[in-house]
Design a protein around this ligand. Structure first.
Ligand SMILES: Nc1ncnc2c1ncn2[C@@H]1O[C@H](COP(=O)(O)OP(=O)(O)O)[C@@H](O)[C@H]1O
Ligand SMILES: O=P(O)(O)OC[C@H]1O[C@](O)(COP(=O)(O)O)[C@@H](O)[C@@H]1O
Ligand SMILES: [Mg+2]
Length: 326
């Protein structure tokens, strides 16, 4: 019997989601399945906002940021009643399996739907890189490259004025964007939610480097550390650094620019592989799994197991960043 699979993108959009959608659609059609594209994540599922996909539905999308299926945050899906309605829609439409491209929140929704009997496969798509079971999530590489481009521009003006530039990047609970862009941009300090830090230590480090002739500085701050534990906004940090070091300081919040733009080649390849793998699983009647990239291999985990894993912050990379920015 011909299988029908549903596909949706959920949570914050991420560059490369389109490449994953394209891969799922083309692989499924190649294998003789039907594909229903569900718009705006779980909201679209509940609203029956969906369209049947054909080979041409995903033309000219591989290189585009955002998601052609649109994305949303759907509060109703956090309640059992919402998930129950979602299950009923899947049964009514005849969806045999659902591919959910999103982050940890979206996977919780997929887990709940799976428990109700709809086989779901999660593909990690979020710029945050906060999926514990996967070394990389779709969108992270592009976001880090976007931050790098922006901070390189900020460095030009920071250098010209002997300033300290404090840059806030995205990542509420995960400091990976800050860590990787901080290394790539030679930040003197990287502030992340996973590692305690002190402004005193940063001031001291800046004073040491000032004494060896350094005159301009970049500090990268993950959004997850501002406005918590007495740390104010990035402008407050800038004011304090300026008052205590005498170096003129400016702050910049990069914001949603980090979520847009054409996906990098790495992202497109990763998304294509993961999308293909997801359909292979559903073809074999396997559901309730999360696809992951582990040691450069595409693998899958049980969705409950994946959600219970604890993400490990790369302390070694953090230490390297600190040691080479003196
Ligand atoms: N605990 C949960 N149970 C069920 N569904 C959830 C849960 N958390 C999030 N979701 C669903 O997933 C959507 C996306 O989650 P969110 O955390 O905003 O983004 P991401 O998936 O990128 O982490 C939410 O709007 C909601 O519909
Ligand atoms: O789109 P919004 O509502 O402004 O959310 C911003 C948040 O979304 C993200 O860009 C991505 O997070 P998710 O992948 O969990 O949705 C975070 O880095 C940021 O904190
Ligand atoms: Mg998330």
């Amino acid at each position: 019997m011909q299988k029908t699979i549903g596909i949706l993108t959920s949570g914050g959009d991420a560059p490369g989601m389109n490449a994953a959608v394209r891969s799922v659609v083309r692989t499924a059609l190649y294998k003789g399945m039907r594909v229903i594209g569900i718009r705006r994540g779980y909201s679209g599922l509940l609203a029956r906002d969906m369209v049947e996909m054909n080979l041409r539905s995903v033309c000219d999308t591989l290189h585009r940021g955002g998601t052609v299926l649109y994305s949303a945050r759907c509060p109703e899906f956090r309640d059992d009643a919402g998930v129950e309605r979602g299950k009923e829609v899947c049964v009514e439409i005849g969806i045999d399996g659902l591919v959910v491209i999103g982050g940890d929140g979206s996977f919780r929704g997929a887990r709940d739907l799976s428990i109700k009997g709809i086989p779901c496969i999660g593909i990690p798509g979020t710029i945050d890189n906060d999926i514990a079971c996967s070394d990389y999530t779709i969108g992270f590489d592009t976001a880090v490259n976007t931050v790098m481009d922006m901070v390189d521009k900020l460095r030009d003006t920071s250098q010209s004025h002997d300033r300290c530039t404090i840059v806030e990047v995205m990542g509420r609970r995960c400091g990976d964007i800050a860590l990787h862009s901080g290394i790539a941009c030679g930040a003197v300090a990287i502030l992340v939610p996973e590692v305690p830090f002190s402004i005193d230590a940063i001031v001291e480090k800046m004073q040491r480097t000032l004494s060896t002739g350094k005159k301009h500085f970049i500090i990268i701050v993950a959004e997850g550390v501002v406005n918590v534990n007495g740390i104010g906004s990035v402008q407050d940090i800038a004011n304090e650094i300026q008052a205590r070091t005498g170096v003129e300081a400016r702050s910049t919040i990069l914001g949603h620019v980090q979520r847009g733009g054409a996906p990098t080649a790495r992202e497109r390849v990763l998304a294509s592989e993961m999308g293909h793998y997801a359909v292979e699983l559903l073809e074999q009647g396997i559901g309730n799994r999360v696809i992951a990239s582990k040691d450069n291999k595409i693998v899958d985990y049980d969705i409950l197991e994946a959600l219970n894993m604890k993400r490990e912050f790369n302390k070694r990379l953090y230490q390297i960043a600190d040691e080479i920015s003196i």
